[in-house]
Design a protein around this ligand. Structure first.
Ligand SMILES: N[C@@H](CCC(=O)N[C@@H](CS)C(=O)NCC(=O)O)C(=O)O
Length: 79
């Protein structure tokens, strides 16, 4: 079954760099939204997950926060 993914990030966030670096190493490419530059993206993230913390991977409309948990998810699931 295929899932829908959006990764919310911001350019100044070192935790986002960790996730992006993992993605680059593993050839993972997902739709991304930068909450600093994309109008409405931060409010959208808050409405989905309840907070504006990044990185956040939204999986089928559910928010997964915490860079370590996002990386672990990506390691367990073929994306
Ligand atoms: N423990 C979290 C830390 C994430 C974090 O502190 N993100 C900061 C940016 S570097 C943030 O989103 N701060 C704003 C907020 O929490 O609303 C992780 O590893 O993902």
């Amino acid at each position: 079954m295929s899932h829908s993914y959006t990764l919310y990030t911001m350019s100044t966030c070192p935790f986002c760099r960790r996730v992006e670096s993992f993605m680059k190493q593993h050839g993972i490419d997902l739709p991304r939204k930068d909450i600093l530059t994309e109008p409405g993206a931060r409010d959208e993230l808050i409405s989905i997950g309840g907070k504006g913390q990044v990185p956040c991977l939204v999986i089928d409309g559910k928010a997964l926060y915490e860079s370590a948990d996002i990386i672990a998810y990506m390691g367990r699931n073929p994306l």
